[in-house]
Design a protein around this ligand. Structure first.
Ligand SMILES: *[C@@H]1O[C@H](CO)[C@@H](O)[C@H](O)[C@H]1NC(C)=O
Ligand SMILES: *[C@@H]1O[C@H](CO)[C@@H](O)[C@H](O)[C@H]1NC(C)=O
Ligand SMILES: *[C@@H]1O[C@H](CO)[C@@H](O)[C@H](O)[C@H]1NC(C)=O
Ligand SMILES: *[C@@H]1O[C@H](CO)[C@@H](O)[C@H](O)[C@H]1NC(C)=O
Ligand SMILES: *[C@@H]1O[C@H](CO)[C@@H](O)[C@H](O)[C@H]1NC(C)=O
Length: 899
């Protein structure tokens, strides 16, 4: 629920949205009592500003959705609303892009409006189909303002080669109607609910006779919503003289399952034989080979089913039998976001089609497994050698009893289970829309499957499958404006992934190894494309000599040497009683911070300890004399502790006045000498600091306004939360939500936004650090903590040195961070129940502190540990707002890269 854009602009609508999301989360709480380790956190988050793209294509047209790129082709064909484009596949932004404009006429649009259709969405020519027809021509179909047309495109010149022809049997009428189609040997196989209110249908449109699915006495398809189809050339190497088959993937209304589980929709796979010609008397112009079975994608131990199939990617194997189907599944409830990825094997699909049939005796009875005699030849099979031997060469020669059985028994009893009987991935709060899978060989010679999954909000998740589990390597924000990904396509030849959306098409490299600046970062990423060559993280494809490369996709831990480089600590001088932030940002959402003071781990970050550890650093509250010492920050990931930065902190009673430091000057000047007199003498009543120079980047709000807005927002939201909580508890609806925020694996509690950063360009890698500077935590006790700090650098505004910025991340250094020896058992990632072993979040004070005129807001909703789930979402949402605000306004910050 990245509703930040709107929130940014309209606090009141933000409140509404918040309210809504509170309710949604509360309502959604119920089905998600699942272990959190199933919900995979992307390791790296990259906002759109930091995403490296190879090319972007945009034009006056909108609603890019169909894409065609063949293995050896130089061109990427893209269908949009009212236009088809031919782009240079190696760089889609390269000029000139060839275009065919094909919009419905005004008269056509007028008639569309008369039909009661929406002239803002439906009364256009949305290109729904774009595929190769023969060696020289493509075939394209468009909705054409609710009156579909199809046309041939001459590929070479990229022009329509003739007048468009009737398309109503091949193309749906609307832009969003479920649809899938294939051209196989110049025959067109389509599946959709074509006309308004017509039954869904799987068809072969040419050559004659047109074949369809049956509606009586048994309807073969029930409100089917098609998401994909695939040809599997099972005739190749078949010992039985089998036919090629076309598989269809869809969601339909369930008619056979007893509705005890309350699910009305089910995911299905159906198939027909390519050579089917229909029956002669029975099943005339109907498929004689139609069979369907249920696709099961569920969490068996919770009896929790993902019933809606959203997308299917077909992964061909070395042999047709090795074909794999990767499906994105979702929930029936439209207001609840969740996705699961399940993988099926063709083998298990075939087994289901060879198993028992379901039967419905009469219209009133229920569907049960058919146990009677099955006619011979087996109903629903393709024509094979054994049938040919019996002089059954085509389906029209099949006996009537067989065809009559087919007509009444379209459904198989056996369900197709996902491989491993469980999803590869389960993801809350994300709706994946489209996916493509790339097979690539790792250094260990193992063939890894890398999944590229687009979300409904314009993000792309890249994940690698290792032993039946998906590790999400990164999440990339591809579009500034939230919009659904409408298609994902991979080209191994171009080493690119193409992603389409309503506003355009983006071309990305399959991997971006340079992003990982250290050996550990490279190894931790577990990206099978990437390996460490001793100096850099490189794409292994570019290296023929791989002997010097290291990679560990399986575990993400081995390969980097443990030698500890000399690490020069940075010096910090602070005044007694000040709050000190030692900065140490973690780029990985999977890493946990660990701090030591003079070699001893800082533990018990309770209220009294005076420490807070966040994902961006360590906060020492009201620093005491005896807290001087060497502070070292480590990041712990995959059980390996890596040194990030260390600080030599000296606590003084009084500090001399700081010299004026010009804005923009690197604060690292402070580091050059710990004894440099950078502080002015303290007075008992510190004067209010001069107003900080206005940030060049606060386009939206001035800091004051922002502050005021924060406060009012917080107040409003807090009030709402309380009201809602009371109401909720009163009604007795107290749902438990084990929700700890989106990236809450981190044991961070305090989070700060720093204002007054100087107008420096963010360093190259800052983009993926930013999401973590504010963290939200809701632990198992149900305590909500949202912490916000607003602060101007004490150096800059002439105040005292209170918060000490350190370097963000050593990634930006020339040299990799000194790797640390792997630790003996490191702290495990907190389990959902014992989130904060140190009791951190339970003891955050609810204080509103003011320091030198800069307010520090520390928000706390509850001590009692039985707060309502609404609070969770509240804290979460609030943090997201703050996060967003930080990105938009505070992005330029001191270059923290230099040591
Ligand atoms: C087409 O794009 C517009 C905005 O670009 C969007 O609002 C609309 O929902 C899109 N329609 C479809 C069918 O994707
Ligand atoms: C496509 O773009 C690449 C790189 O920009 C260029 O080298 C190539 O000639 C282009 N191909 C065509 C067919 O224009
Ligand atoms: C849609 O039709 C309405 C009349 O029903 C008209 O006022 C409006 O301008 C039309 N919009 C577009 C985009 O054509
Ligand atoms: C491909 O199909 C088009 C349209 O039917 C036809 O005009 C053309 O001759 C065909 N090309 C070949 C090589 O068969
Ligand atoms: C079936 O095909 C075989 C050879 O392929 C042929 O000999 C036979 O006559 C055909 N039978 C029918 C009924 O067409």
């Amino acid at each position: 629920m990245r509703r930040l854009e709107e929130m940014e602009r309209a606090p009141s609508s933000a409140v509404q949205l918040l309210l809504l999301s509170c309710c949604v989360v509360a309502a959604a709480g119920y089905p998600f009592q699942t272990p959190l380790d199933l919900d995979v956190t992307p390791r790296i988050t990259v906002l759109s500003s930091g995403v490296q793209v190879c090319g972007r294509f945009q034009s006056a047209a909108v609603n890019y959705s169909t894409m065609l790129l063949e293995a050896d082709s130089e061109r990427l064909y893209v269908g949009a609303r009212g236009a088809v484009f031919a782009l240079n596949a190696s760089d889609i932004s390269a000029e000139p892009a060839l275009a065919i404009e094909w919009e419905a006429s005004l008269e056509q649009k007028r008639q569309c409006l008369l039909k009661g259709k929406d002239n803002k969405t439906e009364c256009f020519n949305h290109i729904r189909f774009l595929q190769r027809f023969n060696a020289t021509h493509l075939y394209v179909c468009g909705t054409h303002a609710f009156s579909p047309l199809c046309a041939y495109i001459e590929e070479e010149r990229f022009v329509m080669s003739s007048q468009p022809e009737e398309g109503r049997d091949k193309c749906p009428y609307g832009p969003t109607t479920g649809y899938t189609a294939l051209i196989v040997d110049q025959q067109m196989f389509t599946a959709s609910q074509y006309e308004f209110r017509s039954f869904p249908d799987i068809r072969r449109n040419s050559p004659a006779p047109i074949l369809k699915t049956e509606d009586a006495p048994t309807r073969w398809l029930n409100e089917a919503d098609f998401v994909g189809s695939a040809l599997v050339r099972e005739s190749l190497g078949s010992s039985t003289g089998d036919d090629d088959k076309i598989y269809y993937f869809f969601t339909e209304s369930s008619h056979e399952q007893p509705t005890t589980s309350g699910h009305s929709r089910v995911a299905r796979v159906a198939r027909v034989c390519k050579g089917d010609r229909g029956g002669r008397l029975t099943l005339q112009k109907r498929w004689t080979s139609f069979l369907k079975a249920r696709l099961m994608c569920s969490l068996p131990e919770y009896d929790f089913h993902f019933n809606v199939l959203r997308n299917m990617f077909v992964m061909p194997g070395p042999m047709p039998q090795d074909t794999l189907f990767y499906g994105i599944f979702g929930l029936e409830w439209k207001n609840v976001k969740a996705s699961a990825v399940c993988r099926f094997s063709l083998f298990e699909v075939q087994e289901a089609f060879q198993g028992p049939y379901m039967e419905k005796q009469d219209s009133d009875s229920e569907w049960k497994e058919y146990t009677g005699k099955i006619p011979d030849p087996r109903p629903g099979t393709c024509i094979t050698d054994s049938l040919r031997a019996r002089d059954i060469n085509v389906s029209t020669s099949l006996p009537d009893d067989v065809l009559d059985f087919v007509r009444r028994h379209p459904l198989m009893s056996q369900q197709v289970q996902a491989l491993d009987r469980r999803p590869l991935l389960f993801k809350r709060t994300i709706d994946y829309t489209h996916m493509a899978v790339h097979r690539t060989q790792g250094l260990d010679e193992y063939q890894y499957h890398v999944l590229y999954m687009g979300t409904d909000e314009g993000w792309l998740h890249k994940a690698v499958e290792v032993e039946g589990q998906l590790h999400i390597i990164e999440e990339l924000q591809l579009f500034q404006d939230q919009q659904p990904v409408t298609n994902v396509l991979i080209s191994p030849k171009q080493m690119s992934v193409y992603v389409s959306s309503p506003s355009g098409v983006v071309q990305l490299p399959l991997s971006n190894c340079r992003r990982y600046a250290s050996c550990y970062d490279c190894i931790f990423s577990r990206d099978p494309h990437c390996a460490w060559n001793g100096a850099q993280c490189v794409d292994i494809m570019a290296h023929t000599d791989r002997s010097t490369l290291v990679q560990d996709v399986q575990k993400g831990s081995a390969g980097c040497d443990n030698t500890q480089d000399a690490f020069v600590p940075r010096s910090r001088m602070v005044r007694v009683g000040d709050d000190v932030l030692l900065q140490c940002e973690l780029s990985s959402n999977l890493a946990t911070p660990l701090w030591t003071l003079d070699g001893n781990e800082l533990v018990g970050y309770g209220l009294n300890s005076g420490f807070r550890i966040g994902t961006d650093g360590l906060l020492i509250i009201e620093v005491r004399r005896n807290q001087s010492g060497l502070y070292t920050c480590y990041t712990v990931e995959n059980n390996i502790r890596v040194t990030m930065v260390s600080f030599n902190v000296t606590v003084h009673l009084n500090l001399p006045a700081p010299p004026l430091v010009e804005p923009g000057k690197d604060h690292d000047s402070l580091d050059s000498g710990a004894l440099e007199p950078t502080e002015r003498p303290s007075s008992k009543n510190p004067q209010p600091p001069p107003v900080a120079p206005l940030l060049p980047h606060s386009e939206l709000l001035s800091p004051r306004e922002m502050e005021a807005m924060y406060l009012s927002l917080i107040t409003i939201l807090g009030g709402l939360c309380v009201v809602l909580t009371v109401v909720l508890i009163y009604v007795g609806v107290c749902l438990r939500v084990g929700d700890r925020g989106k990236y809450s694996l981190r044991t961070a509690a305090a989070a700060y936004t720093r204002r007054g950063s100087r107008g420096r360009k963010p360093h190259r890698n800052s983009a993926h650090l930013e999401l973590k500077t504010i963290s939200s935590h809701c632990n198992g006790n149900g305590v909500c903590n949202g912490v916000s700090k607003q602060h101007r650098s004490g150096i800059q505004d002439g105040g005292f040195l209170q918060i000490v910025p350190g370097e963000a991340h050593p990634r930006s250094n020339k040299e990799p961070p000194p790797p640390a020896p792997p630790l003996p058992p490191t702290p495990q990632l907190p389990s959902p129940e014992h989130d904060f072993p140190n009791g951190l979040s339970a003891t955050l004070p609810s204080v509103l502190r003011r320091m030198n005129g800069n307010s520090y807001v520390l928000l706390r909703q509850s001590d009692s540990g039985n707060s309502s789930p609404l609070c969770h979402s509240f804290a979460e949402e609030l943090n997201r707002i703050l996060e967003k605000r930080k990105h938009t306004q505070l992005l330029p910050r001191p270059d923290e890269s230099s040591v």
